[in-house]
Ligand binder design. Structure first.
Ligand code: 6PG
Length: 493
């Protein structure tokens, strides 16, 4: 068997399938797992006839790979990555290459990249999206690291990535942690997409009394149109699946308490850190968090009452179905606008030099958020790479205008019936806030200056000002007459 030029450490679900994908594309690969039995099982059941060389110690693994080595790590994010690196790096030399293909937090990748660079070993943080099926048959891949070394892995990544008409779903993202950062934003958008879809399901279920099977069929129909996407497709499948044990739709017997491994939370944290509004993604986060309060919600349901449940029928139900479809698409646009804005801001703040149309392109296949919509997003940022916000693109303006009435009808109906729609509502509020020439933040500035002398700006003159709110100079017919003192001259801080 030919000497492997690449190796993979970590034969859990993602690692075992990624290694097979690499071998299936003709790249001899060495594999290692800390637990020997896992490697033995893997070799016994999955690698027959493939150029996969097992190793049972890390030293043997490294010796098996032709220099300069390229080694993928696929282990749980956090300390396990540091532990593997602590054992692996001393066995490597200059020009060897290590790529962490797990869901590492981007700040961890930045720290590791900086620590490893002086050794001459090339370190990459590589986002890999698509789950088990994607890892085996074609993920979307987001590599970040030293650009000069990227050609070393461009070939194998291009071979194993998912393919769309305009190329493989992989592209060099940028230096340092750029790859893991883009993957993190992918996951934030994923959370938002998932929350929007489940709110559509919840509204149609509670407002129209449709069964899971019926809503699944509606989603399957939507998936044949502009909402064509992996997440709508799988949601339709889940809703139309029947539990063998009970004969009921399986979604009706799944506990309504969402888990999360943290990647979406990291996106929310960075949006707050960078001051980029991402309300749809934040709504998805608190939607998961409040779902986890199952015991409290059961108790609260007994005492906190909302509007009397009413079912829409006939034309009203049909109108709502059409409106929810419009609301879902418009909200997705708002959510992607938020995600792309955060990418652009992070790129500028952290020097990633991210290429937004290319990111949209590689998300068109293989990854969890793959969707027809990404073609339009790619086109929008290709037309104008410096587009301040997706909402401003002419095609997206038109797309939202066509759907605005349905969007508002959906949110109004849900709120009127007491059906929670945090993501639909946040997406609409983001749209209304972003297009507002004047927001009520003027009163926030007045409040802040009143209680904290934090000063404010005026619309009619430059500079910062403070007002002595407690001592109005006079009052004419009840109004408190005050003045703006230029800050610094005894006013404000
Ligand atoms: C992907 C997925 C994956 C995600 C897991 C867990 O792109 O393949 O986003 O990386 O981390 O599905 O997601 P949760 O955070 O929802 O647990």
């Amino acid at each position: 068997m030919a000497t492997p030029g690449i190796g993979l450490i970590g034969l859990a679900v993602m690692g075992e399938n990624l290694a097979l994908n690499i071998a299936n594309h003709g790249f001899p690969i060495a594999v290692y797992n800390r637990t020997r039995a896992v490697t033995e099982q893997y070799v016994a059941h999955r690698t027959a006839g493939k150029p996969v060389t097992p190793a049972y110690t890390l030293e043997e693994f490294v010796r098996t790979i032709a220099r300069p080595r390229s080694i993928a790590i696929m282990v749980q994010a956090g300390k396990p990555v540091d532990s593997v690196l602590d054992q692996l790096l001393p066995l490597l030399g200059p020009d060897d290459l290590v790529m962490d293909c797990g869901n590492s937090y981007f700040e961890d990748t930045a720290r590791r990249s900086a620590a490893i660079a002086p050794t001459g070993i090339h370190y990459f943080g590589v986002g890999v999206s698509g789950g088990e099926e994607g890892a085996l048959n074609g993920p979307s891949i987001m590599p970040g690291g030293p650009e000069a070394a990227y050609p070393r892995i461009a070939g194998v990544l291009g071979a194993i990535a998912a393919k769309v008409p305009d190329g493989p779903c992989v592209a060099y993202m940028g230096t340092g942690a750029a790859g893991h950062y883009v993957k993190m934003i992918h996951n934030g958008i994923e959370y938002g997409d998932m929350q929007l879809i489940v709110e559509a399901y919840d509204i149609l279920s509670h407002a129209c009394g449709f069964s899971a099977i019926e809503i699944g069929a509606i989603f399957a129909e939507w998936n044949r149109g502009e909402l064509d996407s992996y997440l709508v497709e799988i949601s339709a499948a889940v809703l139309q699946s029947v539990d063998r044990d009970t004969g009921r739709p399986i979604v009706d017997v799944i506990l309504d308490r969402a888990g999360q491994k943290g990647t979406g939370r990291w996106t929310g944290q960075d949006g707050l850190e960078l001051g980029v509004p991402i309300p749809t993604i934040e709504a998805a986060l608190w939607g998961r968090n409040i779902s986890a309060l199952k015991a409290e919600r059961l108790a609260a349901a007994k005492v906190l009452k909302g509007p009397r449940q009413s079912r829409l029928r006939g034309a009203s139900a049909e109108r709502l179905v059409a409106a929810v479809r419009q609301a879902l698409y418009a909200s997705k646009i708002a959510s992607y606008a938020q995600g792309m804005s955060l990418l652009a801001t992070a790129s500028a703040e952290r020097g990633y030099s991210l290429n937004l149309p290319e990111i949209a392109r590689i998300w068109k296949g293989g990854c969890i958020i793959r969707a027809r919509l990404l073609n339009e997003i790619q086109a929008a940022f290709t037309r104008d790479p410096r587009l301040p916000n997706l909402l401003l693109d002419a095609d997206f303006r038109a797309a939202i205008n066509e759907r605005q009435a349905g969007w508002r009808h959906t949110v109004r109906t849900a709120i009127g019936l007491g059906i929670p729609c945090p993501a639909f509502g946040s997406s609409l509020a983001y749209f209304d806030s972003y297009r507002a020439a004047r927001l009520p933040a003027n009163l926030i500035q007045g409040q802040r200056d009143y209680f904290g002398a934090h000063t404010y700006e005026r619309v009619d003159r430059n500079g910062a000002f403070h007002t002595e709110w407690l001592v109005p100079e006079a009052s004419a017919n009840g109004a408190r007459i005050v003045t703006s003192q230029p800050a610094g001259r005894g006013g404000g801080h």
